[in-house]
Design a protein around this ligand. Sequence first.
Ligand code: COA
Length: 174
Amino acid sequence: MNFDFKNFPEIKTERLLLREATFKDINSVYELRSSKEINKFVGTKRVKNLEEAKDFIEVCNNLYQKEKRIFWLIAYQTQVIGSIVLHQIDIPKNYAEIGYKLKPEFQQKGLMTEAMQSVLGFGKSKMKLKTIEAFTHKNNLASIALLEKLDFVFQPNRKCKTFDFNRIYKLEIN
Ligand SMILES: CC(C)(COP(=O)(O)OP(=O)(O)OC[C@H]1O[C@@H](n2cnc3c(N)ncnc32)[C@H](O)[C@@H]1OP(=O)(O)O)[C@@H](O)C(=O)NCCC(=O)NCCS
């Protein structure tokens, strides 16, 4: 691995900036993590107030220091429109899980494909990841379409221990 978790790895794509979340982003994080619509298929608890959004940013920063999570906010023309995360990072196993969300008005424009391609490229070239997995609700057709487009493969024989409704998708990187 040649990424050392010292400076946060900001990523620029054609249309997006993937950047670190700070306490200035509490409102954006609250919006993304409290919305019933955005989180319709997400098992983890929605945040209930700004304090919980602040706690979430703090947890992300702490897990980054421990080399376990990289949480990026997705900015489009200076506005925060979503997030993408590598988490459960296991450096000895070259493993991570990926998660993502976008505000509804920015969906179906190819933006998450663009963000995912950059983060997967970063995981491959800088972190030397060999396996990236995604856990997604079996009825989350948008998420499944996104994963299949990016060559993640459904693992029908594996079960998510936390949420029974989740499917596991796996990307093996050569
Ligand atoms: C999943 C999500 C991130 C997809 O982001 P997006 O920017 O809309 O995806 P893209 O525009 O890059 O599209 C990727 C592929 O998925 C397809 N797709 C997107 N939304 C779809 C939908 N609602 N139904 C069916 N297919 C869909 C696209 O057509 C595209 O495939 P194509 O290029 O072959 O046409 C977005 O729907 C979202 O934020 N959902 C709410 C949060 C969520 O459920 N996150 C996942 C938790 S595991």
